[in-house]
Ligand binder design. Structure first.
Ligand code: FES
Length: 257
């Protein structure tokens, strides 16, 4: 199975002051079948070591052989990635990891998708797939501030979308949990991706229904080599799972957060 390719940049566009959407084209797209998987990107110049960075897949377009990823340009590598223009090539390994299960819900059911910051992107492909199956999708997306919000319109086209910002400059002031509590939504399954404190809060409050969480924020090398992503399975146990290869998506309770 093909896992590595120099993919072509189709488009690069800024979504906020430091978040970018990159569209790449190539044969690897044929192997992208699960929302929530990620790719491992290598960018290099004479000053950067050969490091790869894991970035989640935001949208898959099999017909055009293209996929989109949304990433925050914060270190030297991702800043260099943000400078790539159409026609240039990017070194991509993937798709990697296990994504969100979409077969756990039938048509007519309701899914709540909860995203925080740069954890929001993989929920977009997930939402499209759930909607295509006739599942009602509701999105609850949390950001620091209005200036950090992206993809509000895109999510709105798929289903009801509620925004929370920590400083209250857009939507509900506070956290995603404030929105969920206020809405009192009847739903069947919750899917989430975002910072660990947010996932912990979801696990503590909403585990009475099926809850799937993506721990992509806690990944390092992304390919099973660095052990930075290891999670224990239970308090008194030495058994562990690797987020990059066993996850990044787990059912709530499968690993200790
Ligand atoms: Fe390095 Fe999983 S991220 S081993």
């Amino acid at each position: 199975m093909k896992k590595h390719e120099m993919m072509q940049v189709v488009k690069q566009r800024p979504l906020t002051h430091n978040v970018y959407e990159l569209t790449l084209k190539g044969e690897l797209v044929r192997f992208m079948n699960e929302p929530g998987q990620f790719v491992h990107i290598r960018v290099e110049n004479q000053y950067l070591p050969l490091l790869r960075r894991p970035i989640s897949i935001a949208e898959i377009n099999q017909h055009a052989n293209e996929f989109k990823m949304i990433y925050r340009a914060e270190g030297a590598g991702t800043k260099l990635l943000a400078s790539k223009q159409s026609g240039e090539a990017v070194d991509v390994l993937g798709p990697l990891g296990h994504g969100f299960p979409t077969d756990v819900l039938e048509s007519g059911k309701t899914a709540v998708l909860v995203g925080g910051g740069i954890g929001v992107p993989p929920l977009y492909e997930l939402s499209k797939r759930l909607m295509a199956k006739g599942i009602k999708v509701v999105h609850v997306l949390g950001f620091q501030s209005a200036a950090d919000v992206f993809y509000e319109e895109e999510f709105n086209e798929l289903g009801d979308t509620h925004i929370a910002t920590v400083d209250g400059t857009l939507g509900t002031k506070g956290f995603v949990t404030d929105v969920i509590d206020r809405l009192q939504l009847p739903y069947d399954t919750m899917f989430s991706c975002g910072p660990t404190p947010m996932l912990r809060a979801l696990e503590a409050n909403y585990s009475d229904k099926p809850l799937y969480i993506s721990l992509e924020e806690r990944m390092g090398c992304g390919i099973g080599a660095c052990f930075a992503c290891v999670c224990r399975q239970a308090e008194e146990s030495n058994a562990y799972k690797k987020i990059c290869s066993d996850g990044p998506v787990f059912q709530a309770g499968e690993v200790l957060l």
